[in-house]
Design a protein around this ligand. Structure first.
Ligand SMILES: Cc1cc2nc3c(=O)[nH]c(=O)nc-3n(C[C@H](O)[C@H](O)[C@H](O)COP(=O)(O)OP(=O)(O)OC[C@H]3O[C@@H](n4cnc5c(N)ncnc54)[C@H](O)[C@@H]3O)c2cc1C
Length: 465
């Protein structure tokens, strides 16, 4: 593989000509806005790109791809900048930033939504809510539509309406050769298949078209049990949720209650929590949650709210700029050994914001075939993630060690792969284990559309015939 050229080695006149070619801003290391513009959500990542291209339109994306390829630069593409491993940034090369590509257009004829490649999910939720619609997405509103969608997309609506990729109808893309294509079931269908889980490997998506669903309000909120009860709660949860109607979802967690708005007696204690979301008839709430109440949670605060409220419920607790360390795996069962490990590591959470979550991959998300999209582990019951989180960089080792130890203890009981949006940089073997039987097909499509691996700052799929 050819060594990449550094931006600082380029002739000034080349850079100047490129700057004049684009409508957006070109930010270089000497600019006063440089340090601010290279920040991403995870403050543990500190990368120094050679230039940031703040694209104003699709043409800017095309010019940037061409400039990067012709000058042999390392290219990173930034959507919402939320990726745990910092895959929206690179050192020395070019960052193509999509935050200027924002619009949300709701089509009430068929409840579809067209969204810019640089939108954040909160912007989409805001726009669709007015029409009583929602697109399945993740649980934090500041996450980018681009990275979350291209990796899969799990959240409160997964059991009812599937993953985000299961609701993708079409995308517009700029490919490695600088060309612009539209991909859907009929046009460039191989690429359309590949981007539904294959990440940013195949090109830069400048707009997405989603199927939205009738969701106005949702019944949701947390139930908590002291961490000492996690083994019995997890065993009950697995049976209860997997036999519940698709309308009910709930991710289970080990967590600390950091402070208000929770009652003071819960503060700084460790809990097994379930965050529920229910899309069924509000009149049935008491009946649906009776089995939960029978488990005698020490705290249960579940009620009806507008959908954007549940989507923003954790935003305040997790602002940008914290230190994050991520590890993940899929699980199909929560047997006694697994539950014992959750008790062990859930009882020594190192900082108030560090958590473990298991997101259900069941209901509608599990009814999509294992080869229908690259997202191969459709039969896993949960996408698990462990995050070590803290504002203080001095605690980086502490949160990293806990996260790694917790993961090591559970990994032998996993299905072998992980939801790639929940991991940092863990190398090819993990990527292959996550795509399983779909990896070879992805490699062939990569070879066809990006033979030189221009788009490599991602969970990389190697181009091969
Ligand atoms: C606090 C938090 C909560 C989260 N919760 C969830 C959740 O509930 N459900 C879930 O599924 N995931 C969740 N995630 C994970 C999230 O899906 C990933 O971090 C995802 O990569 C974020 O996308 P982004 O566009 O913000 O990231 P970026 O860092 O901008 O990009 C991530 C990757 O996607 C590529 N990319 C981004 N946009 C485009 C585009 N338009 N075209 C081509 N490539 C692109 C980038 O090149 C990079 O490789 C969460 C992450 C965080 C930090």
């Amino acid at each position: 593989m050819k060594t990449k050229q550094k931006v600082k080695e380029l002739d000034n006149s080349l850079v100047e000509a490129f700057k004049n070619q684009i409508r957006g801003e070109l930010i270089l290391p000497q600019d006063t806005t440089y340090d601010e513009s290279r920040k991403i959500y995870n403050a543990m990542i500190d990368k120094h790109p050679g230039m940031l291209v703040m694209c104003a339109d699709v043409a800017d994306v095309m010019y940037a791809v061409n400039f990067g390829r012709e000058n042999n630069l390392l290219i990173a593409v930034r959507g919402g900048g939320h990726n745990g491993g910092g895959l929206g940034l690179c050192d020395e090369g070019m960052v193509i930033d999509l935050s200027g590509l924002k619009f949300v257009q709701v089509d009430t004829n068929d409840s579809s939504v067209r969204v810019g490649g640089g939108n954040l999910w909160g912007e989409v939720d805001h726009a669709t809510h007015a029409f009583g619609l929602a697109v399945p997405a993740g649980i934090i509103s500041s996450t980018g539509v681009g990275g979350l969608t291209l990796g899969g997309g799990v959240g409160y609506l997964s059991r009812m309406y599937g993953l985000t990729i299961d609701n993708l109808l079409e995308a517009d893309m700029v490919l490695a050769d600088g060309s612009f294509v539209t991909v859907n079931e009929k046009q460039n269908s191989d690429l359309f298949w590949a981007i539904r889980g294959g990440g940013g490997n195949f090109g830069i998506v400048t707009s997405f078209k989603f199927q939205a669903h009738p969701v106005k309000n949702i019944i949701g909120g947390p139930s908590l049990w002291p961490i000492e009860r996690i083994e019995e709660v997890m065993e009950w949860y697995h049976d209860f949720l997997n036999n519940a109607p698709d309308e009910l979802n709930g991710f289970i967690a080990t967590m600390v209650i950091p402070g208000p708005p929770f009652p003071e007696e819960l503060h700084n204690k460790m809990f097994c929590g379930i965050v529920w979301s229910y899309l069924g008839d509000p009149a049935k709430q008491t009946e649906v949650f009776k089995p939960v109440m029978d488990m005698e949670p020490v705290f249960h605060h579940v009620g009806e709210m507008p959908y954007p409220s549940i989507q923003t419920m954790f935003d305040g607790m997790l602002p940008p700029g914290l230190q994050w360390y991520w590890r993940a795996d899929y699980f199909d069962a929560l047997g006694p050994e697994v539950r014992a490990k959750h008790l062990e590591f859930g009882s020594k959470i190192p900082t108030p914001l560090s958590q473990m979550h298991l997101y259900p991959i069941s209901g509608a998300a599990a009814r999509i075939g294992k080869e229908e999209t690259p997202w191969a582990h459709r039969d896993a019951k949960y996408a698990g993630v462990i995050v070590g989180v803290d504002p203080d960089p001095a605690n980086a080792d502490k949160i990293t060690d806990w996260c790694k130890d917790y993961w090591e203890a559970l990994h032998p009981y996993s299905t072998g792969g992980a939801y790639l949006n929940f991991i940092m940089d863990e190398g090819q073997e993990r990527i292959k284990a996550s795509y399983k039987h779909n990896y070879d097909r992805l490699s062939r499509i990569k070879k066809q559309y990006d033979p030189e691996n221009l788009f490599r700052v991602n969970q990389n799929i190697e181009p091969k015939n």
